[in-house]
Each structure stands twice: as structure tokens, then as C-alpha cells.
Design a protein around this ligand. Structure first.
Ligand SMILES: [Zn+2]
Length: 225
């Protein structure tokens, strides 16, 4: 379920001995090394719960590590939903990396937004994005250390990133992008304003694409234009 390989999972009986160990049997995957405790309801077999104890942190399992690995006990329904979403997400990251964004149709607009060109296409809108200074390089340099200059919604188009901030609209053409990065909690786009380096940054939010997929889409868009 974690890596979606078939025939690599085995169920190992509980090895509780003198009160040490778990009272639940474990599922082990020989492909990705994931180990999960399984709590099966003998009366209603559909109502199992699962809890991951070990999981792979390989980049291809970013989504499932985020939502399955660190979640604690998950109901059957929730675990299967995350597993399915994780499979789709992994496929989309692979496609975006290969330059295939056919699964991401432009957002239909009756007319272009004020900050867009007439022939510019909008792909995604991201909430809660910050516009920040880049912290001086050093031992503690991290993307979240730079001063926040503004925040708002980010519009990702076929040629630029536009942040509709509370103070003003900040735009960055793809030609200004220096690099794109992500970690467990956020994605970051570094760009050159001509007057120094700045960044756009967004956190992982539950009802939005995850940071890995956002970073991969932006990378794919600016590298293919
Ligand atoms: Zn696996």
C-alpha cells in the first residue's frame, strides 16, 4: 500500500512476549521496507486500522510518507484514500519531470486577470504564499529565515509567477527563476529581481497540491519555456 508494489507484502504475526512487543500483527513490504501495524476487527473485517512504524523516505514516496507514514493510526477508508492519492501524485510527479503536463489543463478564464497578458494561460492558484528576502548565507540559512515582504495568492501561468499580495502584485518571469526547492513542509522558488535575490514560499496545506508536486510543476513549466 505504501509503494504499491504487488506481491511484496507479508503479514507477520504479533510477537508479544512477556509484555514486550506489539499486540498487533505487522505488515512488511520487501520492496520499500515499510512496516505497519495492522489492527483487524474480527467482527467487521472491513474496519481495519493501520499504523506505519517504518517507511521509506525516498523522494518518490514523498506524498505517502507525508500522509501515511507520519499519521499514526489510520482508518481503512482514510488509508486507502491516501494510498490512491499517493499513487496518482507519484505518477504526476514522474510525468511533470518528463515535461508532460497534459493532465494539468489551464484554468478557464472568461478574461485574463489584470496582471496577465491577453494570451497567458493560468495553471494553478496557490493560497498562503509568502514573498520573502533571502536570508544571508551561513550556518543557519534557511528559506524561512528571510524577512517576509508580503503574502497572498500565487498565480502560476505558462510564463510567470504572480503573487497577488496584500501590499501589491509581485511578478516573476520564468527567465528570472534561479532554482526551485522543497522539503517535508514547504516549497520555495528563488528568483533574481535584478535588485537582489527574493523567494516565493508556500507550506503544505491539506486541500492543495503538495510541495513536491508544486515544485515539480513549476520546474517543468519554466524549464520547457
Ligand atoms: Zn512497499
Amino acid at each position: 500500500m505504501y509503494c504499491h508494489s504487488e506481491g511484496t507484502t507479508t503479514l507477520v504475526a504479533s510477537r508479544k512476549f512477556l509484555g514486550i512487543g506489539s499486540e498487533y500483527p505487522s505488515l512488511k513490504c520487501s520492496h520499500c521496507g515499510a512496516v505497519a501495524l495492522l489492527d483487524v476487527n474480527a467482527v467487521i473485517p472491513d474496519q481495519w486500522r493501520i499504523r506505519y512504524r517504518h517507511f521509506s523516505r525516498a523522494l518518490r514516496y514523498y506524498y505517502v510518507a507525508l500522509y501515511l507514514g507520519k499519521a499514526g493510526w489510520l482508518s481503512a477508508h482514510k488509508a486507502l484514500e491516501i494510498s490512491t492519492n499517493g499513487y496518482v501524485q507519484r505518477r504526476r510527479v514522474q510525468q511533470a519531470r518528463a515535461g508532460d503536463l497534459s493532465w494539468l489543463p489551464p484554468v478557464p478564464l472568461s478574461r485574463p486577470l489584470p496582471f496577465m497578458d491577453a494570451d497567458e494561460s493560468l495553471y494553478i492558484v496557490l493560497k498562503g504564499v509568502t514573498y520573502q528576502e533571502v536570508a544571508p548565507r551561513g550556518l543557519w540559512a534557511r528559506p524561512d529565515r528571510g524577512a517576509v515582504l508580503d503574502s497572498g495568492k500565487l498565480y502560476v501561468t505558462d510564463r510567470a509567477l504572480h503573487l497577488l499580495g496584500q501590499r501589491q502584485t509581485w511578478s516573476c518571469d520564468f527567465s528570472q527563476i534561479l532554482r526551485v526547492d522543497y522539503d517535508d513542509g514547504s516549497w520555495t522558488v528563488y528568483f533574481d529581481t535584478g535588485d537582489g535575490e527574493r523567494l516565493f514560499r508556500g507550506l503544505n496545506v491539506d486541500d492543495q497540491l503538495d510541495a513536491q508536486l508544486i515544485a515539480t510543476i513549476i520546474e517543468s513549466l519554466y524549464q520547457t519555456t
